[in-house]
Design a protein around this ligand. Sequence first.
Ligand SMILES: *[C@@H]1O[C@H](CO)[C@@H](O)[C@H](O)[C@H]1NC(C)=O
Length: 495
Amino acid sequence: MALALLTLAFAIAARMRAEGTKRQHIWPMQKGFGTRNGTSPYVMPDISKGPAWSWQGPHLDVFRAGPAMDDEMNIYVTAVSGRTYKFSPEGKQLWEHFTGPARQGVSGVPSMGEDFLVMLTRNGYLISLDLETGAERWDRKVAPMTGLSCDSILIEGNLAIIAVADPVPPLVALGVHMQVSVENNVVLGIDLTAGEEKWRFFPAMECYNFQAATIGDGSFIFTDKTGAPYRVTLSGEKIWYTGVTDRNSATTGAAVIYEGKVYTVSNEGGSHQTAEEGQGLLSMYDYETGALLWKVKLGLPGMQAAAAGQIAGVPGPSLVIGIGKNPGAPLLVRASMVLPHILTLLLGLPAHLLSLYFPHLFAWKQERSIAAFNAQTGALKWWYRLEPWQQLSCAGDSEKFLDRYKAMESGENPTNEPMCMPDANAQPVIDAAGTAFVPFQDGSIYAVRDENGDGQISPEEIKARRVGDAFQSSPAMGPGMMTVVDCGGRLEVFK
Ligand SMILES: *[C@@H]1O[C@H](CO)[C@@H](O)[C@H](O)[C@H]1NC(C)=O
């Protein structure tokens, strides 16, 4: 039955292409589509039974970009090194593309247009690849460089909406400060025919993990690093900007649009400079006016945008978020920031190696939770406390740091990054049966549903799949198929 439906869907997709009808991809960008609400019209399989197939990215590459899925259920993943892979739904690799050291790797998430995939490199090149062959259609330098946050490209009509750094801070341009200190300070509208810049929009504050959202009405929403949302037209003119009083607030989250409202996750009293995360806020704004309608204090940092949709056992629309502090850097990196080189080697290195064997001795327990709120009122529907995370860094980062660093320094894999440093969790997604899926820094994806609707998540109502390393990217959902890639490049496909 499922097979017959799929065959039919492929036949329709092929005919639509033959007739020149627009292709409708299944999961063309981070969180699925422009609204970024993260819902799918399909019911997902039981992930705790394990994947139908998996693949391991080579070269110890870090993967932060989530999988994308085209109209034939082919899967695309991109590593931060700049390597992109296409797989058939059965797991056959169809092509590979590499951006190369001159243009550098890709720190964010590519997006899919009708017959192309667009990515932005760390040296500011926008590259368009042919979906069928992986061949480059064009590339264009659109900015001097980009920040190293995990930005998601928005494609709307013939426009790509991206954030870049231009101008670059003088000390970075002079080579005194490193690219890691660069923040994206301008939003560009780029025509996708050949990469020509149409307009630029300067937000009041820089952006972090830029991820614009749209309902397809000729405008888009995004937040800057304080969590304050903007609504801007597709020709780059501001419609509204809410402003923020707390300039030290910080977010790595994004905005989600759902039923005439805009939802943001941010942190009050935090700062990117001091890596303090502050206290999480979940806020709702009116889409038309930008008026703040309510905000809920989370009591713990909230680092990623919500998913918005119908969830099992909860009447009305809900918001699902992951909550908890972000992982930190491996011990050796911390040591190198405070100790002179020789002491880093003499003290930092042995301590780092020790931290790999006894990670719990080197970190305090960090609370983390998954929670659901009513999307209209902000009322709490359930709050599930996961076992606290007690390691300095996320799953995989400390373990792989030395090997990645060596391969970068030796020139073997120069476009990789030495660690993933993801957020505490990836953005949740919700399937058609109302199951919420939340990947966490411990390397597991949690599938949660309040089956009996009692406002509590009991152990039988949460299923987990341990993939391996932590996650920055959300799963992609297609007809009876879910796919996710962890920071270490393990791609799992569930059917
Ligand atoms: C959620 O987003 C999808 C994709 O953009 C859209 O089709 C759907 O209508 C949205 N749901 C609601 C209730 O806004």
